[in-house]
Design a protein around this ligand. Structure first.
Ligand SMILES: Cc1ncc(COP(=O)(O)O)c(C=O)c1O
Length: 446
């Protein structure tokens, strides 16, 4: 551990134990560095770290003080990015897999081997649609795990979900066309769609998933329907089989495109999932999007699309304009990682861990009187909540808990309030208990 972190940790402990009280002025970095025999910047870095995490606050010339806002029964406000370092995950932070369980050593070995055996030809630009080896590995994976039959030519590698949606719209959409989106649904994709000048058409979601009949009634002329059929984000319901068929019928009739976002189907803890829309796609109206952000890690920036055979040439043309943005070495590493069975083993292990972590979190939240909506899979949770979820979530965020308000995921739909959270980085039953207590305290305190 670097020296500045040791100093930061000592300071934190002193604050936690009440030896340094809120409002106490700390010695100047010059005085302290002389006393400790370290450089002044080491002390400055320790201070900066704790300021970013909310433990300390700076008052210009007056110096650095223990934060007055600090409530010692809660973790201080989540760390901002500390210069030169990655942000650490916040408690309940959504969209993150368990960072502690990724087999980094295996990954490093696989990548190291690739790096050592590269030839000079590997230094040239790769395939604009993504490396064939990786696309083939994805085809094999989809056949076994999702019953999707496709050719490597139909697969396009992108740098994430937003990049996938951009590629789809640049290939197929004209400005002013419309897209059904789930309401409530993943909010971060909305600006990406609007940037391509495609209109968002909110369609409500109920216990059977997106209400296809409402979509057909209100927006029959839409060109696209974007949805999460396997496990609706955020409510967790599955699109019923009857609706899947109606959706495909509508898309065929209206010559519309269905975009199936299968963002977390790798993680299912009970029962068998319904087949993906793509596997029922005889009329070839479905574009399937998947990502490695949840199954491996988000910094990988690797996702993929499966497009209908009839559209391959058009997508290829569009992809060529920017070329694949995932470095060849990373794609080759990922392909090896899948082909050598590491991906499968990792998924199997993660299913067990996530089932356990979810259970810990569910129990702990129930102990605090929260109502968790039962779900069959996924890496996030919804709790229904009486009252203003936005106000409650604001309080929780102020206490450093990265939960989100269901109302923020809604566009026009009315409905119950809720709190959305992730359990993936909850390492133990004790940690779950503590996090649930913190959440209860944060939203109860006025
Ligand atoms: C609904 C949904 N789709 C897709 C993604 C994947 O995004 P990306 O591949 O850009 O990490 C996420 C990530 O949080 C998501 O919540």
């Amino acid at each position: 551990m670097p020296r500045y972190q040791l100093i930061a940790r000592q300071l934190k402990t002193a604050i936690e134990h009440g030896e340094l009280k809120p409002g106490t002025r700390l010695p100047s970095s010059r005085t302290w560095s002389q006393e400790l025999g370290v450089s002044r910047s080491t002390v400055e870095n320790a201070y900066a770290d704790l300021v970013a995490q909310g433990w300390l606050e700076r008052h210009g010339q007056a110096g650095t003080f223990v934060s007055k806002q600090l409530r010692l029964d809660t973790t201080p406000a989540a760390p901002a990015v500390f210069a030169g370092e990655n942000p650490t995950p916040q408690i309940f932070q959504m969209g993150l897999p368990a960072l502690d369980l990724f087999p980094r050593e295996i990954w490093a070995r696989v990548m190291g081997r690739r790096l050592r055996t590269q030839t000079r030809f590997d230094l040239a630009l790769g395939d604009v649609c993504g490396e064939l080896l990786l696309r083939q590995a994805i085809v094999d994976y989809l056949r076994v795990s999702r019953s999707i039959e496709c050719l490597p030519e139909q697969v396009f590698i992108t740098s994430g979900y937003a990049a996938s949606i951009t590629l789809i719209l640049r290939t197929l959409a004209k400005p002013g066309e419309g897209m059904w989106v789930e309401d409530p649904g993943f909010p971060l994709i909305r600006p990406v769609v609007m940037q391509e000048r495609v209109e968002l058409m909110p369609v409500p979601v109920d216990d059977d998933g997106l209400d296809v009949d409402v979509g057909v009634r209100d927006y029959p002329q839409a060109r696209f329907a974007l949805l999460t059929p396997a496990h609706q984000s955020p409510l967790g319901v599955a699109l019923s089989l009857a609706r899947r068929h109606r959706l495909l019928e509508w898309a065929t009739r209206a010559q519309a495109w269905i975009i199936e976002d299968d963002y977390d189907s790798e993680f299912r803890y009970h029962g068998k999932p319904l087949p993906p829309l793509k596997s029922l796609d005889a009329p070839q109206r479905v574009i399937y999007t998947g990502t490695f952000s949840k199954s491996l890690f988000p910094a990988l920036r690797t996702a993929w699309l499966v497009v209908p055979v009839t559209q391959v040439a058009q997508f290829r043309q569009q992809a060529a304009l920017t070329a694949c943005s995932v470095p060849v070495l990373w794609q080759q590493t990922l392909a090896d990682f899948i082909r050598e069975g590491h991906f499968w083993r990792h998924l199997k292990k993660m299913r067990q861990h996530y089932a356990q972590r979810r259970q810990w979190m569910e129990n702990a939240l129930a102990d605090q009187g929260f109502t968790v909506v039962p779900q069959d899979g996924g890496i996030q949770m919804v709790m229904t909540i009486a009252g203003d979820d936005v106000a409650l979530v604001r309080k929780a965020n102020q206490a450093g808990l990265a939960v989100q308000a269901l109302s923020h995921w809604r566009m026009v739909s009315a409905g119950k309030g809720g709190i959305l959270l992730s359990f993936t980085n909850i390492h133990s039953a004790e940690m779950a208990q503590q996090a649930a207590r913190q959440l209860r305290q944060a939203i109860t305190d006025s």
